[in-house]
Write a protein that binds this ligand. Structure first.
Ligand SMILES: Nc1nc2c(ncn2[C@@H]2O[C@H](COP(=O)(O)OP(=O)(O)OP(=O)(O)O)[C@@H](O)[C@H]2O)c(=O)[nH]1
Ligand SMILES: [Mg+2]
Length: 220
């Protein structure tokens, strides 16, 4: 019985997610669902991405948090449209919440929508929200065992950004083993080593993103 209820919830969510994707498609907006543990660097990455894409594409941001508008306030200072979702306790965004945010996003003014999901490595992996790509930010201080402990998340994503690479000299983190473990779960995933503190790898990430967008919607 329990399983059936969960299936119903996920089925209903998937239908709304598909409607969100159709809305985004009809506006030629490419949506990226950014997931990570709390504090891995989602907001920092969004800031770096906005700066890296300046004059290349028009960005909008949806911020998902259990409470507060701290992240949205930071993003708003970059002069891009931003909508904050407060889930009020839910540990992930779902398609319904995302739909409400899309209703408040000027979709005709943007080409790329970055969606910061709630910091959590479990639930966000299970709920589609209408995104075109899923990206995981996994930061070095979290430890190199995460692919073994949270395999669904690593399985679901199109790219893993290994953030806080600047801290490697101070940590016991086997980056080769970590990358091997990710590829063992998800052979096709792209892996980038980045630092939002030093800017290392951000250009490569931004180029990949632009490439994914043009594969979907053609030359920009
Ligand atoms: N050393 C270092 N610190 C970083 C890097 N990226 C982010 N940080 C720091 O990590 C902390 C958390 O970064 P955020 O970008 O707020 O992380 P988040 O994933 O958005 O956090 P939540 O929204 O709370 O889940 C901040 O103090 C950042 O300055 C990095 O590449 N290197
Ligand atoms: Mg954040």
């Amino acid at each position: 019985m329990k399983i059936k209820v969960l299936k119903d919830i996920l089925g209903a969510n998937e239908q709304i997610a598909q409607r969100n994707r159709q809305l985004l498609d009809s506006n030629n907006v490419f949506a990226v669902n950014l997931m990570s543990s709390p504090g891995a660097g989602k907001t920092s990455l969004i800031l770096e991405t906005i700066r890296g894409l300046k004059d290349k594409t028009r960005v909008g941001v949806i911020e998902g948090d259990i409470s507060s508008t701290l992240d949205a306030d930071l993003i708003g200072k970059e002069g891009v449209p931003v909508v904050q979702i407060n889930t009020g306790g839910e540990c992930h965004l779902d398609a319904n919440m995302t739909q409400s945010a899309l209703d408040n996003m000027p979709l005709t003014d943007i080409e790329l929508l970055l969606i910061e999901n709630v910091g959590n490595l479990v639930c966000p992996a299970e709920f589609a929200i209408g995104e075109h790509r899923n990206v995981l930010i996994s930061s070095t201080p979290e430890g190199d065992d995460k692919p073994f402990k949270y395999p669904l998340m690593f399985h679901k994503v199109d790219a893993v950004l290994i953030n806080k690479i600047d801290l490697l000299p101070y940590l016991r983190f086997d980056i080769e083993g970590f990358s091997r473990a990710i590829k063992g779960i998800n052979r096709k995933v792209e892996i980038f080593q980045i630092s939002c503190a030093t800017g290392q790898g951000i250009q490569e990430w931004v180029s990949w993103l632009l490439n994914q967008m043009s594969r979907k919607y053609g030359g920009r």
